[in-house]
Design a binder for this molecule. Structure first.
Ligand code: UDP
Length: 236
């Protein structure tokens, strides 16, 4: 097993299921099982979950009534709601799990302390990093990249609904081609948009490979970490 420590990023929307919003517990259960397969294989796993299934700062601030900064704090709180749910699902699956938040709320979770997080990981506990970076105007993709670098993850995996990165939108163009491997500079191109520019720049500066994969294929996360890269793309 080449990758010993990984950071997996799930979008908030991924938790919503058919309803398109809220939290689908069956999806939580599925994700927790996928995570468990990694832990059982001896991989240390950190998780970041978005908040888009509940609220996003930009959308909340759309008509000017709610300020962007407040909207972003609402978004960060949404990631905590998702984190609490994910923590429960991980425990239900039999995993040991701790949540740490970038904004202190000690009745709910530990504050983010890097050394404590790495200690949890060493003990085989899954660590959920919630509340994004703790700062408005950032995304959970950036939070995920930041935490991945901080904990010394070998790779960040962005678990999505698509099996990788395409040269153009596969939903719009039938001749769209999947790119198995691309450079950080390619990933920064507007029409590709693997993640936002801040997170890609951070990954590039720290030579952190980014894997984009389809989370709906059961076993895909473990397959990828075992070197089967069929249903993913890698940015490095
Ligand atoms: N957010 C933020 N700072 C961060 C991370 C997130 O302000 O460091 C806010 C931002 O408003 C964002 C929301 O939290 O829209 C939810 O995160 P995101 O949109 O990244 O979630 P996803 O799209 O992955 O579900």
């Amino acid at each position: 097993m080449a990758n010993k420590r990984v950071l997996v990023k799930f979008s908030g929307e991924a938790l919503a299921g058919e309803a398109g919003h809220g939290i689908d517990t069956q999806i939580l259960k599925y994700i927790a099982q996928e995570i468990k397969s990694l832990v059982d294989a001896g991989i240390e796993v950190g998780i970041v979950i978005g908040g888009g299934n509940i609220i996003r700062g930009v959308t909340a601030a759309q008509d000017g009534i709610i300020k962007r900064t407040s909207g972003d704090y609402m978004g960060m709180l949404a990631t905590v709601i998702n984190g609490v749910a994910m923590q429960e699902a991980c425990e239900y699956a039999g995993l040991q799990v701790r949540m740490q938040t970038a904004i202190k709320m000690e009745q709910i979770a530990e504050p983010y302390i890097n050394r404590k997080a790495t200690r949890h990981l060493e003990k085989g506990r899954v660590v959920i990093f919630a509340a994004g970076t703790g700062n408005p105007f950032f995304t959970t993709d950036t939070a995920a990249t930041l935490r991945a670098v901080e904990i010394g993850a070998e790779v960040i995996i962005k678990a999505t609904k698509v099996d990788g990165v395409y040269d153009k939108d596969p939903a719009k163009y039938s001749d769209a081609k999947k790119l198995d491997e691309l450079t950080y500079d390619q990933a920064l191109q507007d029409h590709i948009k693997v993640m936002d520019d801040t997170s890609i720049a951070l990954a590039k500066d720290n030579s952190l490979p980014i894997i984009v994969c389809d989370m709906s294929i059961q076993g895909n996360l473990l397959d990828i970490l075992n070197g089967n890269m069929q249903n993913c793309s890698i940015v490095k």
